[in-house]
Design a protein around this ligand. Sequence first.
Ligand code: AMP
Length: 214
Amino acid sequence: MNIVLMGPPGAGKGTQADLIKANYPIPHISTGDMFREAVKNETELGLKAKSFMDEGKLVPDEVTIGIVKERLAQPDCAEGFMLDGFPRTTLQAEALDQVLSDLNKKIESVINIFVPREVLLQRILGRVTCNYCKTVYNLRFLKDQQTCAKCGGELGFRSDDRGEIAKTRLEVYLEQTLPLLQYYQERHVLNSIDGNREADEVFADIKELLEKIK
Ligand code: AMP
């Protein structure tokens, strides 16, 4: 099962990725998580990515494509994978097709989660993430909860979820990533799902799709 999760920042990709992981035994490949980990550990990759991430801009294609190519060649991707946050540009999508074709594979489904723009900003600005297991919460529903309900980890804001940076990320999505929908539409693998609903309702639709390609 080779799938891509797409959608603007705040669409709920992380939450849906967790639900998919819990139901299907495929590795979750999130380029955003890989970059955040690299920044935290101050690796060479982290140093390359940090300034772009801090501004809400995309890390250059050659860097991003390189890490995904390496990751997809790992043995745990043999039976399938879920890409989350990649591809984000047409060049990345073309490179992905090439990498997969070299591995004798292809993308079977692109799940595009769409949500109205005003809801996206509300969600991003209220987003709180577990620093340990990465579960995402929203301030509106947290009430007095101070730690992660799943693992007890400390909760924190993502530095790139703040005002202007969040807006830049949305603009970058509209300019550079939205055109990819047409790319996948033309390849007959695009499935769009209304993300402006409860997470379990969104997941029910995703599950229906995934059961067909399992
Ligand atoms: P995300 O968690 O997917 O929102 O990603 C956080 C940040 O990581 C983005 O704002 C970019 O700076 C960087 N990033 C993640 N995925 C990509 C990608 N496919 N191409 C370029 N930059 C990326």
